[in-house]
Design a protein around this ligand. Sequence first.
Ligand SMILES: Cc1ncc(COP(=O)(O)O)c(C=O)c1O
Length: 417
Amino acid sequence: MVKSVAAPQAKGKSAEDKIFGANNRANALAEEIGVDKVINGTVGSILDEDGQLVMLKVVQDAYKALTPKEIVSYAPIQGYPDYLDAVIDQCFGQSRPDGYIRACATSGGSGVLHHVIHNYSEWGDDVLTSDYHWGAYGSMCHDNGRTLREFELIDPNGAFNFASFKDHVTDMVSKQYNTVIIINSPANNPTGFALTSQDWDNVLAFLKDVVKGKDKNIILVPDVAYLDYSGEKQECRKFFKKFGNLPDNILVIVAYTCSKGFTMYGQRMGAMICVTPNKDIADEFVAINQYTSRATWSNSNSAAMKAMVNICKDPAKVAELDAERAKYFNLIKERADIFMKEAQACGLKYLPYLSGFFITIPMTDSQKVCDAMEKENIFLVPLGKGIRLAVCSVSKKKITGLAAKLKKTVDAVGAKQ
Ligand SMILES: Cc1ncc(COP(=O)(O)O)c(C=O)c1O
């Protein structure tokens, strides 16, 4: 028997991460036989056409200009006030919803999700998200004694599966005081799917109704990690406006991160932003989440906040930032278009992709197919119901022909789509 000294609730936890595992194998092989001969479709960061990790130029410049004090200071636990203003502005753009809006700095978007689960659901509760979701949600729930529950994101017609969403929420509200719902849209990881404006209207009307007159709350968490690569700047933010004027018992907490939009992945900088019509709920939001920050990582990364703020307070730099983001949004779109066009031509199915870092190819036996692809030096991520391809990181040259290879492998392995 393996010796263990972990406390009972921690026993058996292990962080076997399929994504990092496949990425490590791809890198090791590239080192051995050359980068040109390996296709690494696992990386969830933007790589340029030469396979280099992109750090936006305007962000590089902002880092180089930081003073020692800006870099090493302890920041306030809630975050610098100018950072909090900047994240609210960057997140909502011209679609700032009405109501009390407050922000707390967090360790990336992950920090937001941790705090929401920790502070707004109870031990033993279910937390709802879609069947296609970022794997870390499950770990965060499990690590906090919660269970991640899944509704079906996409119906057989390729639209948002509102019926499945309603069924799960109705059941959860009947059983729990708070129902935490994480919706990763737009640019859903791993599908690239997004709710339409009408979907959001339906969701919000239903949520209002399901808790109306009840001592029950909905905590709605739009996870917008990939927002800045999801469309035209103001257009893709319009849905935020809908979060104004909801009742007191629907609290919206937007999970915002600088990881992708500022290419600051490893800097661990994000923010949770609440929208509520009730001042007490907004004050409580700051108090409890600030407390949890103090009780976990303490204060956030000063350098990252200051680099972000120094860009955002200068309209010329914001224009540069927007232009750089638009460039990479277009590059990712070109790659995705190549893949989708070729997939259609060879009869490979993929889930409805609108924007974002990933495309999902639904199938059975995803692990077997990924294993077979690895033999051809192509590295992809197996999911429960398909395979994830990172269009953010595979060049146009390398993505060309990939759909046909995948189709061949799916057929050879006998996987069903
Ligand atoms: C769906 C989703 N949400 C949130 C995040 C937040 O990441 P981070 O904690 O690095 O900001 C990620 C990153 O991969 C993600 O894919």
